[in-house]
Design a protein around this ligand. Sequence first.
Ligand code: ATP
Ligand code: MG
Length: 552
Amino acid sequence: MANEEVNKFGETAGFIHNYIKEDLKGELNKIHTRFPPEPNGYLHIGHAKSICLNFGLAKLYGGKCNLRFDDTNPAKEDIEFVNSIQEDIKWLGFDWEDRIYYASSYFHKMYEYAVKLIKKGKAFVCDMTAAEMKEARGDLVTPGKESPWRNRTEEENLDLFERMKNGEFPDGAKTLRAKIDMASPNMNMRDPVIYRISHMSHHASGDEWCIYPMYDFAHPVEDAIEGITHSICTLEFEDHRPLYDWVIREIGEFSVIPRQIEFAKLNLTDTIMGKRYLRNLVETGQVDGWDDPRLCTVCGIRRRGYTPSSIRTFCETIGVAKSNSVVDIQQLEYCIREDLKGDTPVVMAVLDPVKVIITNYPEGRSEMLSVTNHPDNEALGERQIPFGREIYIEREDFMEDPPKKYFRLSPDKEVRLKGAYFIKCTGVKKDARGNILEIYATYDPETKGGNCTTRKVKGTIHWVYAPTAEDLDVNLYENLVIRDETSENGYRLNPDSLKTVTAKAEPCLKDAKPMDRFQFMRLGYFIADSKHSKPGKPVFNRIVSLKSSFKP
Ligand code: ATP
Ligand code: MG
């Protein structure tokens, strides 16, 4: 295999490639991975990393990757999430073909395996309450105490387990526990609960079951049933691996023995990713739905204007490591800029407009100017934009009393209007408080198209012809959360995370369709919002600004 292929997902991913290559040298011919979301929320960028890794490895090594809904917990799971997860994975560019599975469809098998463990003397029904169990568990230096119910007979265990299934006991009254070792240094091996009672409807199995398997029992069973060869999960499951292996070994009837491999979760600077947190923001109406463009959900990022390929590139470049770290969000922004820069049309809009009156341009006249749609991509062609006596420029592109290296507009100085003419500022009108109301300028008709052979100007600014300017709402974003050590999770909502301004935009922008992308010259990349745009009245979201201090 070529070196660059092996380096996919970064140099740090070497340990995963090593495991796979080692396994492929043995009896294994093909790898089989899975992406196992719990349908209790929308996917976020961390899940995207796991998706890229699982589907990406399968593709790289000519294997397969399943989509499996890990729906063993009836609480908070919902069909809305099942659907959104599929949509997001497809959008990211991955295909599970016909391999979509539901853990809930294995409930009968799981029950059968639990019975098998009871018969082997490897599981027992326990009457301890959750609090008693916690008390008896011990800690890292103290061994746990064995349950008084640990030595029930096989007959009694089988009878009680069946009656648990039949709904004879209330929630919490009994559990089924694996019989392993209460003195194990690994707390996960101290007779963990593998089934609990929960009289709750399940989004797929309805009221058929009132006992549900615990993750640590269900997950290895799901993997083994599907013939998964490499079960890739995040680091917090490292200590659960002995239990994972125990479950598969003790059931003992699988032809493929899956290998669990852990990697570090993706964390992004100043971004909270947990589904619980995201769900709370959505349910309390603090954001505009799961797809609020400020959220790091896959649908939020999509609505924000990110492309699937920019996210895949991001997931590959950040690599896959064995230890936790935090990735700078600017790295994600870099990927979208790189993806958009070559073929996104460049247009002009003014976010904070101030009017400029070109006093030597005849009143009542206007002209059309040809401008290119992209400086380096001829294929995008040209368009005509109107120009005349009154235009808008960005308020910050004028300074009455500029510092030395200010190359934009200032009194008696010339600047180039992109694709139009040189103008020179001749005066300003202010209100009583000193705010600038209008700027006066003259233009040089000999500099049409912004070209001039006799003199140079350093600055080029964007502008929009006033009489035909479109008023369009533009959403500008900052991080949704800011660090705050005094708050519960170390963060609080940033009150300035969304700022909506009414921009003055070139006429062509009013025809933008939802999800159309543009570069607004000097301001960044923008997308027409998919939720709030109306025909003839698009609303734009800033995907990302143009500049960054970040160097990859
Ligand atoms: P959250 O903590 O955000 O609720 P989760 O791990 O509970 O996420 P699951 O639906 O159980 O969400 O996750 C599906 C898969 O995605 C799992 O294999 C999980 O390890 C992986 N995953 C979740 N979060 C991240 C992350 N931040 N980085 C990489 N992989 C992740
Ligand atoms: Mg989970």
